[in-house]
Design a protein. Structure first.
Length: 107
């Protein structure tokens, strides 16, 4: 029963983390596109994105880096949740197979 509660909790965390990660990734991309238009002096194919943090619009790139870290941290929460689901499924599979194996060993 504790495994089911743990799986339900991890599913809720996984869904929340996935939504937050997707929103953060989309926001990061939008901020980069905005910077392309605001900083027409920097060619995106030539300059690294860290150079976009220099100058009057540098706070936008700093915010984009912060949002990117939110996306990465939530992606790791999704991975942990997926591992918890797999562990639950393995326990469930073992619980189903165990009675069959026991009945075969008594024959």
């Amino acid at each position: 029963m504790a495994s089911i509660a743990k799986a339900n909790t991890s599913a809720a965390i996984s869904n929340e983390a996935a939504r937050l990660a997707i929103a953060a990734i989309a926001t990061y991309q939008v901020l980069l596109i905005v910077l392309i238009f605001l900083r027409s002096d920097l060619d995106p194919s030539w300059h690294t994105i860290s150079e976009w943090a220099i100058g009057p619009h540098g706070w936008i790139m700093s915010a984009a880096f912060l949002i990117s870290s939110v996306a990465v941290s939530n992606s790791s929460r999704i991975e942990v949740s997926i591992r918890a689901h797999l562990h639950f499924l393995m326990e469930f599979d073992t619980a189903i197979k165990a009675p069959e194996e026991l009945s075969l060993s008594y024959r």
